[in-house]
Each structure stands twice: as C-alpha cells, then as structure tokens.
Design a protein around this ligand. Structure first.
Ligand code: LLP
Length: 414
C-alpha cells in the first residue's frame, strides 16, 4: 500500500496535491512519500519481530540524504556498495556499526574507509578480496568483520540483468568452494568471521527461490559448525519484489515468516537488505506533456522526462504505470510516452491508453527505487528535483541541478 491516491479528481501525495508540488518545483520531479517508506520499513522490522535482526536498507535503490536519514531514525542499517554510499550514510546520520558492505570490486581505499568508520561487516565476494581485506586491516592494526557471499546457484526467475545468484553471474563464491574459503579466512590473522550472505536477484515475486537459497545456506552453516567455524549472522540479501503491474509478490510478513520457520532454533542474527520493497512504491516521477504527435501508425506523447531521468523502461523493458495527475474525460488513445532524448529507446511507457492534452501532468508510478539513483546527465540534461512529502507538507530534498553544474570540473585547453 502507498500514499499516492486520487482525491477530489486529482492525484495526491499524502495530503498534498501533486499539481501544487509540480507548480512550485517545476517538472520533471521525483516525489517521495514519507508515510509510505516508513510503512514499508516497519513492515519488514515487525515481520521479523523478536528474532534478532538487522534491516540493512540497500542504499543503491534511493540514496537521497533525507530518505537515508528517515530510515536511520527508525533504526535501519544500510547495505552499501561503494565508499560514496558509506559517506552518504554517515552524512545522513546513519550508524556505520549497522552497515554491511557488498560488491565485487571494493578498492583498498574503500576497505580502509569502511574499517575506519567501523562497519558491521564486509560481504566478501572473492578470495583475492579476502586477502585484500586482511592486508588493509593488518596495516590499520584492526580485525575486519567478514561474511562470505555465497552464490547458491538458484534461478530467481527474474530479468537476466537483475538476476545474481546463478553460476554464470559474477557475484559471490560458488557453494562448492565455500568451506575451503571459510577455512582460508579463518587462517588469516586480521579477519573475524561473522556470517554468511547471499543475494540471488531483484524483483522476485515468489518465495521458493528465497527458500531454496536459504536452505542451501543453512546446510553450509551446519557444515561449517562441524569444522569449528561458528557464524553469528545470516544475511539473506534483498530482492523482494513489488507490484509494478499485476504482480503479487509475497508480503514482507510472509517472507519473514518463511525465513524464521527455516531458521528454527538457530541463534543466527538475521540480516535483510531490502531496497526496492521499501522505496519503489514510495515515489513517483512527475512529468509534463510537451507535445502530442500523431504519426501514421502511432500516437506519441512527448513529455519533459526522459530515459536519463528514469532508465528502467529503456534498460530492462520495465513496465511502470503512467497515470494522469488530473484525469480528463474522453476517449483514450494509445500513446507511446516518450522523452526528448535522441534515442529510439527513450521511452517511459508504450501503448498506454490515456486521454491527454499538451500541458497535462503525468505521474510514472513505482519510481522511488532505482529511479533518481540511475539518472544521468545524458544530452546535458540537469538531474531533476526531488521532493519529500510529509503529511500536509512537502520539502525540496534535492534541488534541480543547474546547467552550470553540468560542466563543473571541466576545463578548456590553455
Ligand atoms: N543487496 C545486494 C547485494 C544487491 O546487489 C541488491 C540489489 C540489493 C541488496 C537490493 O535489492 P532489492 O531489494 O532492491 O531488490 N537497477 C535494477 C535493480 C538492480 C539491483 C541490484 N542489486 C532495477 O531497476 O530493477
């Protein structure tokens, strides 16, 4: 459930008309709902309930400082994949002691930064990384907390670009090598083995792949215990899907129940890394119709937002609902909703039945995750404003970029 709904014939974000925000801040703009993102965070937190747990929100989904700060206030931890994300978490008031660091390419500088900040755990993805974390920790005279990311080789049944738990994917260590790598880690002096982790993909809409991966991880936990390697946490990654269209993904409560059942009496702290499930439906992208163009075969609605603002439709052929901010009466036409960028792949949606006139506002739904964070300046388009709605109020949480900011740091030859 989210807090974007029609009231008195127009779209509201919580108690604020979207039209009023667009008028005040211009378009395109992202609008987020505090009540929605907090509701989603709490759904996870309450679902895991009394079992010892840490929810590490995946910063890559939406890394606006205001979003991170609201989650930090609720006690959230964070899953990061770069030194930049760690700096953001700290700038937003997040607790580094609740940070897990994922990703296959951690640099020595990033490892140092994370050790100095005192993070909860490194999710190590390869043997060379293990050696590097050990070496950097040694230089700092520290012991690095580590968990090994296992690639459980399960099919998440999602888009190939966002599937990560198959043998052919670059992530994690194959199960067959897991014990050997743990033994290697145990022999390194500057590492403390804390846990095990996996992340099999994103936008999963059913439980079996999660359960399958968890069962494989739990069997490994038991085998490691027999080798004298005791783990204190199990990190199941992120990946719980959201309804973009007619999908019916499990609720956080159903997901967490299934996890807890499988864990049984084991005293492992459960770590979860949800990103999309917290933020996707807590945000919309608002755009204005610039032109309607009626071709021989197609009707186009040319809007002021483009693939550089929201890449998911172009990159993954992702479907996101596009709805009018103020619906009009009339016979719908089937529009391709496209942006001004010079690429055929620049579209936000295809074949959408809409009743439109130039100047109308449209909202692309489910845009709170992997929307702004994947935006670029392609075609020298400044990144758009981000607004966070809180009940009756709305706050600009990131100003629209200026054109001058586009060439900051650039120089012409003398
Ligand atoms: N943990 C790890 C290690 C991850 O790689 C990811 C996402 C997450 C957690 C969070 O997954 P979530 O709960 O959000 O599914 N740009 C793509 C999604 C890429 C996800 C990458 N990893 C999209 O727009 O669909």
């Amino acid at each position: 459930m989210d807090h974007f709904s029609y009231q008195d014939g127009e779209l509201f974000a919580e108690n604020v008309p979207v039209r009023a925000i667009a008028k005040a801040q211009g378009t395109p703009c992202y609008i987020y709902s505090r009540a929605t993102l907090e509701r989603h965070y709490r759904a996870f937190d309450e679902a895991v309930g009394s079992h010892p747990h840490l929810i590490c929100y995946a910063v890559k989904a939406n890394s606006n400082l205001a979003v991170l700060n609201l989650l930090a206030r609720l006690g959230s931890g964070f899953d990061i994949v770069s030194g930049g994300e760690l700096a953001r978490v700290i700038a937003a008031g997040g607790d580094p002691a609740k940070v897990v660091f994922s990703g296959v390419g951690k640099t020595s500088a990033e490892i140092r930064q994370a050790l100095q900040a005192g993070i909860y755990c490194f999710n190590v993805e390869s043997e060379p990384e293990l050696a590097r974390v050990n070496a950097v920790a040694g230089e700092l005279g520290q012991v690095a907390p580590v968990s090994i990311r296992i690639n459980p080789d399960v099919d998440a049944g999602t888009h190939p670009y966002i599937s990560t738990g198959l043998k052919e994917n670059k992530f994690g260590i194959p199960m067959a090598r897991a014990e050997a790598v743990y033994q290697q880690a145990a022999a390194l002096p500057h590492l403390a083995i804390k846990g095990v982790d996996c992340h099999i993909g994103s936008q999963l809409t059913s439980l079996p792949p999660f359960i399958d991966a968890l069962d494989r991880l739990l069997a490994l936990v038991d085998r490691l215990a027999a080798l004298g390697i005791e783990l204190s946490h199990l990190d199941v990654g992120g990946g719980l899907g959201v309804p973009y269209d007619k999908e019916t993904p499990p609720l956080p409560a159903e997901y967490a129940d299934a996890l807890r059942q499988r864990l049984g009496q084991r005293q492992l702290t459960l770590v979860l890394e949800p990103g999309r499930a917290i933020m996707a439906n807590a945000g919309i992208l608002v755009t204005e119709v610039e032109y309607l163009k009626h071709g021989d075969d197609k009707d186009f609605a040319i809007v002021d937002a483009a693939m550089n603002d929201l890449l998911r439709p172009s990159l993954y052929a992702a479907w996101q609902a596009i709805i009018p901010v103020v619906p009009r009466q009339g016979e719908p036409r089937s529009y391709d909703v496209v942006g001004p960028v010079c690429e055929t792949g620049d579209f936000l949606g295809k074949d959408r039945p809409l009743v439109l006139a130039p100047g109308d506002l449209l909202a692309v739904r489910s845009a709170g995750a992997y929307g702004f964070t994947m935006a670029s300046n392609y075609n020298s388009r400044p990144r758009v404003a981000e607004i966070l709605v809180d009940g009756d109020d709305h706050h600009l949480v990131r100003a629209r970029e200026t054109v001058e900011e586009l060439w900051r740091g650039e120089q012409v030859l003398p």
